[in-house]
Design a protein around this ligand. Structure first.
Ligand code: AMP
Length: 229
């Protein structure tokens, strides 16, 4: 049986985190926990959290740490995440979220933090072309649209350009990423949990690189490797 994993994936917006996290969650049979998707679902269903988060999200600002980590903590307390682990996508985004995550997981520890590394120029191009399903979060692009225009192949939901994928908001989010998320790389580097994975190239190639990195980390902890892809 494939071993589970407790994994955080970091990377600039548009680095391919969503795609890779979905693939890795299938491979290791653990839930894909995406804070962006959870927040967008909360906005859509107009929960109290959604109403507080919407304006910040539309402006490309971060939602307060406490709100995010309460939401993450509740999700990671579910049986699937507790028993096998998770692929955490979109959090932590700040040092204080990283410290709160350690508290949420204690006495367990993360197995690995992947930094999905893609040059900024590539990311800007990808984000401008990105389209997303408002219902299930599946990503498309102008060059790889759904089969039926504007309609998700997976769930039939509406496929649109995200409100925060405008040029101004993208620029703002990348600046925020540099300023607030980079210290996380130092934090996890010092904890010997960080592995940089080259995010350039086809999705299949990047997945293979990520699985190799994860299996190596799991083997160091005495866990059996997963079957390769
Ligand atoms: P994403 O889909 O990960 O780009 O997230 C979309 C938006 O949700 C971000 O621009 C933030 O406004 C908010 N968000 C998602 N995750 C977090 C987080 N960990 N901390 C703060 N805000 C977040």
């Amino acid at each position: 049986m494939v071993s589970g994993v407790r994994l955080v994936v970091l990377g600039k917006q548009g680095a391919g985190k969503g795609t890779q996290c979905t693939r890795l969650s299938h491979h290791y049979v653990v839930p894909h926990v995406s804070t962006g998707d959870m927040l967008r679902a909360a906005v859509k269903s107009r929960t109290q959290l959604g109403l507080r988060a919407q304006e910040l999200m539309d402006q490309g600002e971060l939602v307060p740490d406490q709100l995010i980590m309460e939401m993450v903590g509740q999700r990671l307390a579910h049986a699937d995440a507790r028993s096998r682990g998770f692929v955490l996508d979109g959090a932590p985004r700040t040092l204080s979220q990283a410290k709160m995550l350690d508290e949420v997981l204690a006495p367990d520890l993360l197995d690995l933090v992947i930094d999905l590394d893609v040059p900024t120029q590539v990311v800007l191009r990808r984000l401008a072309a990105r389209r997303v399903c408002v219902d299930c979060g599946t990503n498309y692009s102008v060059s790889q649209p759904p089969l039926i225009r504007g309609t998700c192949d997976i769930c039939g939901g509406e496929v649109v350009q995200r409100e925060d994928d405008t040029e101004d908001a993208i620029q703002r989010r990348l600046e925020l990423y540099q300023r607030q998320t980079k210290p996380l790389l130092d934090f996890y580097g010092q904890a010997d949990l960080l592995v940089r994975v080259n995010g350039s190239g086809s999705a299949d190639l990047v997945t293979r690189r990520a699985i190799r990195a994860i299996d190596t980390a799991l083997a160091r902890r005495g866990r059996p490797p997963s079957e390769g892809v």
